[in-house]
Design a binder for this molecule. Structure first.
Ligand SMILES: Cc1cc2nc3c(=O)[nH]c(=O)nc-3n(C[C@H](O)[C@H](O)[C@H](O)COP(=O)(O)OP(=O)(O)OC[C@H]3O[C@@H](n4cnc5c(N)ncnc54)[C@H](O)[C@@H]3O)c2cc1C
Length: 315
């Protein structure tokens, strides 16, 4: 049996941020993830300045390519306008690997299947035991499933379905485009040019409203591809998009049970207006670590439910 003080299930931004803070306080922890890193994660990779600030880092420390946007190019119904801001774009393949390595925590590739309570904590798959358990496994987190789900169901109306692809492309339009609510999409489509000749395009929206409209995400993806071709933004690419789903912020009734915590997408924390989940994942990971280190209450009320304020007033 491998024993540790804190077992973190999931090495994405939520799990890595939690491990980073625990390691700073010399708390023994182990991250389990079903993948080895670097790993692919469907995501547009747009991040706010808060992300670096929360991790006591800055853009100069970042060893990979990073794009800075001084504005977003927004299309809203019949209006197209420039929204001044300061935001960044990274590639999740690189960013998550950086976060994990920077955390400096022990890591094992392992797909978690079963979790049991023991006299003094938790036992995972009969192989790992810990006093504290952090559920950082994203939308399908096994900690949520086995400890929280029964009396803490996530709301179907907060479920987002999204489809994206990131690929090398010699782009000429260097602006970050966001198209809201086109053709009754209950969400938005994006085009995000990235450093080192990559571009990320995608579409996301509320699953329940798409169904109610008798619509599908695939229709909106096809329209996006057609638009990118018509506007000569991306031409001649053989698309192979990936889909994923996650939950918008909904304030679950329980995010801590005993010494088990939910952080990031496992708790459904993405912002209600933009579906931004990286910053809330990092903030919640840090808060879980603080609760463990200092015996503090675990409370996520101070994590913003909306992105718009930070877009308009980047810190
Ligand atoms: C298409 C798309 C675009 C998005 N764009 C943005 C964006 O531009 N900006 C933004 O802020 N947010 C965006 N998001 C949301 C963002 O990706 C998530 O909110 C964020 O990744 C949450 O981080 P996390 O650490 O909670 O979970 P994840 O990043 O999902 O990490 C969870 C980890 O847990 C591991 N895991 C899962 N199950 C197990 C298991 N059984 N055993 C072991 N390990 C397991 C996984 O392998 C994974 O590495 C987007 C999401 C999608 C789907």
């Amino acid at each position: 049996m491998i024993q540790t003080e804190v077992l973190i299930i999931g090495g994405g931004p939520a799990g890595s941020a939690c491990a980073w803070r625990l390691k700073q306080a010399n708390v023994d922890c182990l991250i389990l993830d079903q993948n080895t890193f670097p790993r692919f994660k469907p995501c547009a990779g747009w991040i706010t300045p808060d992300v670096f600030k929360d991790l006591a880092s800055n853009t100069e420390d970042y060893p990979y390519g990073l794009t800075t946007f001084r504005s977003f190019q927004v299309s809203l119904y019949s209006l197209t306008f420039k929204l001044p801001t300061r935001q960044y774009a990274i590639r999740r393949y690189e960013f998550d690997d950086w976060l994990l390595r920077r955390a400096g925590a022990a890591f094992q590739q392992h797909k978690v299947k079963s979790i049991e309570r023991s006299a003094d904590g938790y036992v995972v798959d009969g192989r790992f035991s810990a006093r504290y358990l952090v559920g950082a496994g994203g939308t399908y987190c096994p900690v949520y499933r086995s400890i929280f789900k029964a009396d803490n169901l996530k709301k179907r109306q907060s479920l987002i379905v999204a489809q994206e692809e990131e690929f090398p492309y010699t782009y000429t339009d260097k602006r970050c485009w966001l198209w809201f609510f086109e053709d009754r999409l209950p969400g938005y489509a994006w085009y995000v040019p990235k450093a080192n000749g990559y571009v990320n395009v995608g579409v996301g929206g509320k699953a329940e409203r798409l169904n109610a409209n008798g619509d599908s995400l695939k229709n909106h993806w096809d329209r996006l591809v057609e638009k990118l071709d018509r506007l000569e933004m991306v031409r001649g690419h053989d698309y192979r998009p990936e889909a994923h789903s996650y939950y918008l912020r909904q304030d679950l009734t329980e995010i801590r049970k005993g010494n088990a915590f939910l952080v990031g997408d496992s708790a459904g924390l993405a912002t209600i207006d933009m579906g931004e989940g990286i910053s809330p994942a990092i903030k919640s990971g840090l808060k879980a670590a603080e609760a463990i280190i200092k015996g503090k209450r675990y409370n996520l009320d101070s994590i913003s439910r909306y992105s718009l304020r930070s877009i308009l007033n980047p810190t």
